[in-house]
Design a protein around this ligand. Structure first.
Ligand code: NAD
Length: 337
């Protein structure tokens, strides 16, 4: 894409703080002269029978058509008989890998200054297959599904990512000593793919040991690939290493070239509508979207403006110990551009 050709991208502002932080992204992108034609999508108020979810058929078609998008947080509606919005998106769009970069932000002091790692989470199966039932009263069962197809797909993505991004090491995270069949199959797939990438150092790390190593010395890791549940937990642990959920972006990778960037955090109902949310995670997700679109110059400009604003320390939101509103912080980023 040339930087002047408008690119159509789906935008889900989402729930809670979602519309406030989505507005921030729109303002910063406009200030940086990024020509995105946002196709704004709002989740329905009734269950759409075609998706069995509040996510409508039109919502899904928008992403399928545009192939690229940015998603704010979506609250899980309470009630029975329909699927969670996030689960519907992942399943229907086949968003098989969730990529979460996690790096120390210069100027924002946390326990470590040298965190620079990427978690790659299998996004479609494992304990999140939604297969739970009661066997007899007092005994319930949850099925963990691991398939060769999904494990190969995410392992291949992780090694290709490592190679194309100049990363040196991939760690497969597992508990195959206990879950020998499920995690065993996941590891076997990682082993097979690793054999095709002799230039990348490959290791297998048991999840509990991985947690201990991450909090003791995160610099030991580079790219981590893992099944769904471990990825959910470890990526939040990694967010905590660099300053919390307000800072960490992610990108969901689907088949047929679909890429849907999203902040890691939820809808933060406790601060929704109060102009207090930190838009950094969604902004950095937007930067990931721009890199995916090869708009690298604008991606770098926006990235630097965010980093410089936080490093300067004059405008920071409450989660980073400051007292700025979302709008003041956004304006400061625009001024840095
Ligand atoms: P949450 O991430 O919404 O909030 C956890 C804490 O972090 C809260 O104190 C919140 O104020 C704070 N926080 C989160 N994002 C912030 C930001 N950008 N700036 C400042 N503070 C921020 O998690 P939760 O409370 O467990 O979930 C709330 C809702 O979000 C639930 O309905 C949940 O299902 C949903 N959720 C959605 C997603 C998603 O769409 N990907 C992810 C997680 C949770």
């Amino acid at each position: 894409f040339s930087s002047s050709t408008p690119i159509k991208a789906t935008l889900f502002p989402g729930d809670g703080i979602g519309p406030e932080i989505a507005e921030s992204v729109k303002q910063v992108f406009t200030a940086a002269d990024v020509v995105i034609d946002w196709d704004e999508q709002f989740v329905g108020t009734e269950v759409d029978p075609r998706t069995n979810s509040f996510l409508t058929w039109d919502n899904l078609q928008s992403v399928l058509k545009n192939k690229v998008g940015l998603k704010g947080p979506m609250a899980t509606p309470i009630g029975k008989g329909h699927r969670s919005l996030n689960l519907t998106l992942r399943k229907e769009l086949n968003l098989y890998a969730n990529v979460r970069p996690c790096y120390s932000l210069p100027g924002y002091k946390t326990r470590y200054d040298d965190v620079d790692l990427i978690t790659i989470r299998e996004n479609t199966e494992g304990e999140y297959s939604g297969l739970e039932h009661q066997v007899v009263k007092g005994v319930v069962e949850s099925l963990k599904i691991i398939t060769r197809k999904a494990s190969m797909r995410v392992a291949e993505y992780a090694f290709l990512y490592a190679k194309t991004h100049g990363r040196k090491k991939v760690s497969a995270i597992h508990k195959a000593n206990i879950m020998q069949k499920t995690d065993g199959l996941f590891l076997q797939c990682c082993d097979e793919v690793a054999a095709k990438y002799p230039e990348i150092y490959y290791e297998k790390v048991v999840i509990d040991n991985c947690c201990m190593m991450l909090v003791k010395n995160p610099a030991l890791f580079d790219v981590l690939v893992m099944p769904n549940l471990y990825g959910d937990i470890i990526s939040d642990l990694c967010a905590g290493l660099v300053g919390g959920l307000g800072l960490t972006p992610s990108m969901n990778i689907g088949e047929d070239g679909i890429a849907l960037a999203e902040a890691v955090h939820g809808s933060a109902p406790d601060i929704a509508g109060m102009n207090l949310a930190n838009p950094t995670a969604l902004l950095l997700s937007g930067v990931m979207m721009l890199r995916h679109l090869k708009l690298n110059k604008q991606a770098e400009q926006i990235h630097s403006a965010i980093i410089n604003t936080i490093a300067e320390g004059k405008y920071r939101t409450a989660d980073l110990g400051g007292s700025s509103t979302t709008t003041d912080f956004t304006k400061a980023i625009c001024d840095h551009l």
